[in-house]
Design a protein around this ligand. Structure first.
Ligand code: PLP
Length: 355
């Protein structure tokens, strides 16, 4: 399929790249492609960033049939190359999400080609300051106008781009976490293992309650026993306990983060033992009491790593690294961003250059 390009007649002024925040500004163009049951995916195009017109009865507005992805384009300091970090994985995961939500599969290589073409066109929007990047948001939603509940017969696949600063306004400052034992985010058999929009809608309440009590994020427990640690906010979670790296086993209700996978690979290559297992909140508390809980952090594309300074579990505090940024967390942050910004050797072939 040929990707048609319609250039914007009036380019927007660029925002102040020192004050970007997260996801507030959008570039001049976007990628759009349509799906209908009879022709499949068709009419791929890059067009000026603009509103959609959708019927009030569109399935997305009523039943939430929608999936998304998130990745970043970086500009390397030394030679101004544009890089993507394991982008193939994002489109493979998008197809996994599609499958769970009864949305038709996309062609991974074609989506990647479209993405590179769009990023290349918008390359002046890639900020270069420490911690900044061009955030890429591919998403698919159901457009059919019909109130009967069924998988839509029509969809839109869209990619929009947003120059972003550091995801967390306070950078690598350790955050306080409330352990949520009332609301749950996902259960096995549901959609917690894929990036379905609905997951984020149902996680809002717990986050709002946590924020109102002064916490930065909530730690989600498993939806059945409310006993095992799952994720933190919309990030995967890691602990360094007695020298080993421990992370919850991704067995159906946890999103399999690309950052999570990259951290496991890096830590193993540095000689650390990495344990993926069910870890109960009781076990975490005991590790803390024995003085074995050394570090903890959340991880994901947006924040890279986010150090955790304190958990509150019912009335018990679990303090990590004296509330300071741990050495291992910092090393991981530096190494991962180093690969992304072209300062560290890309020994696992994770970087794809955009020409
Ligand atoms: C996107 C996401 C992550 C992180 O995934 P990455 O591929 O590392 O960006 C973790 N948990 C949830 C719930 C997510 O939506």
């Amino acid at each position: 399929m040929e990707i048609k390009v319609e250039l914007s007649k009036k380019l927007k002024p660029k925002p102040n790249f020192n004050k970007l925040g997260f996801g507030k500004f959008f570039t001049d163009h976007m990628f759009v492609m349509d799906y209908t049951n009879d022709i499949g995916w068709h009419d791929p195009r890059i067009v000026p960033y603009s509103n959609f017109e959708i019927p009030p009865a569109s399935l997305i507005l009523h039943y939430g049939q929608s999936v998304f992805e998130g990745l970043k384009a970086y500009k390397t300091k030394a030679d101004g190359k544009i890089t993507l970090f394991r982008p193939q994985k994002n489109f493979e995961r998008l197809n996994k999400s599609n499958n769970r939500l009864c949305i038709p599969q996309i062609d991974v290589d074609f989506a990647l080609e479209a993405l590179c073409k769009l990023v290349s066109l918008e390359k002046d929007w890639i900020p270069t300051n420490e911690g900044t990047a061009l955030y890429i948001r591919p998403f698919i939603f159901a457009t059919e106008s019909m109130l009967g509940i069924h998988p839509s017969n029509t969809y839109k696949f869209v990619i929009i781009l947003s120059p972003v600063g550091s995801y967390l306004s306070n950078g690598l400052t350790p955050v306080n976490i409330a352990i949520e034992s009332n609301y749950v985010r996902a259960v096995k058999g549901g959609s917690g293992h894929v990036k379905a929009s609905a997951n984020y809608a149902i996680s809002l309440k717990g986050q709002v309650v946590g924020k109102s009590k002064g916490f930065d994020q909530v730690l989600w427990l498993d939806g059945v026993e409310k006993k095992y640690i799952e994720e933190v906010g919309s990030m995967n979670i890691f602990f360094k306990i007695g020298g080993k790296l421990v992370t919850p086993l991704a067995d159906g209700s946890i999103l399999e983060g690309i950052t999570r996978d990259s951290i496991i690979t890096l830590a193993k290559s540095w000689g650390y033992e990495v344990v993926e297992k069910k870890i109960s909140i009781q076990e975490l508390y005991e590790a803390f009491q024995l003085g074995k809980l050394e570090e903890s952090f959340g991880c994901g594309t947006a924040a890279v790593v986010s150090p955790i300074g304190k958990f509150l579990w019912e009335d018990k505090e679990i303090i990590v690294s004296n509330g300071q940024l741990g050495k291992f967390t910092k090393k991981l942050y530096n190494h991962l961003t180093g690969i992304q910004y072209g300062k560290e050797k890309d020994e696992f072939d994770w970087i794809r250059e955009v020409k």
